[in-house]
Design a binder for this molecule. Sequence first.
Ligand code: ATP
Ligand code: MG
Length: 288
Amino acid sequence: MGSAIKIKGLSFRYRGFKEWALRDVDLEVEEGEFILIVGPSGCGKTTLCRCINGLIPHFYEGELHGEVTLLNDINVLEKEPYELVEYVGMVFQDPEAQLITSTVEREVAFGLENLGVSPDEMRARINWALGMLRIEHLRDKAPYELSGGEQQKVAIAAVLALQPKILILDEPTANLDPLSALEILNLLLNLKEKLGITVVLVEHRLSMIVDKVDRIVVMREGRIAANGKPRDVLKDKLVEDIGVEVPRVVKVYKELFGGERWIPLNPRELAEVVIHALKRHRDQEPLV
Ligand SMILES: Nc1ncnc2c1ncn2[C@@H]1O[C@H](COP(=O)(O)OP(=O)(O)OP(=O)(O)O)[C@@H](O)[C@H]1O
Ligand SMILES: [Mg+2]
């Protein structure tokens, strides 16, 4: 597996601002990895996403130091954003604001037209992308007729049709109800499984996905404060201290057992730990 994203010594401040939004960030993401970026409001998550897809420095100006390289040799700083769309797709928080055409099909076709894809290829890719997101039935609908969850699926289908190797999603479920959020997150996991696509997800709802991602990157004040496997990162008190919403199972476990050992990431794992502890207790101190 090669490197999907390599960020070295990246610092950035928006033009006209004194504060650095990113401070000396180093981050590597392998091809096919699914990473979760978390951290308090204003810590630089969105800014980091913009640096990966080239919106910084090509759209948002400012002072930038460091390097961002995609897929081993694509230098983001030197490419124009339109050249990057084949490599990296971006989905934002507000689904409605991203949808610009009159039907779902046109929406998915839009980016492909700009790429100069042939009509046959375009038809095939639209069908494929709608199929991957399970929204073929919405093809002729207008984006404004859709629910927020459906709109977000259309936004994902539209970037997926460009067949990027990397998908970046900046709080894609923030405006959705829990059920739609879960559906979107499961679709993303499915894309990773089926296509081997690299996913960088900024998401607050940790409990829905923390047991399925490869890595968590915690940001604080423009820096990376922690970076590792979910179990290792969540074991640390740091995550709670900086205001990231820790999954309830982790909190319950820490209250029951302290935080030093193997942390459960979902209710099933917590139940297993509790049952194991009860059995041990019973064997040591028979009830009768
Ligand atoms: N377009 C912009 N112009 C100037 N400053 C900006 C701009 N966008 C973000 N910032 C500043 O950069 C810093 C990082 O912001 P960023 O939006 O990356 O944080 P975030 O982690 O995504 O926060 P949130 O969780 O609220 O989305 C903040 O201090 C913010 O005010
Ligand atoms: Mg943000």
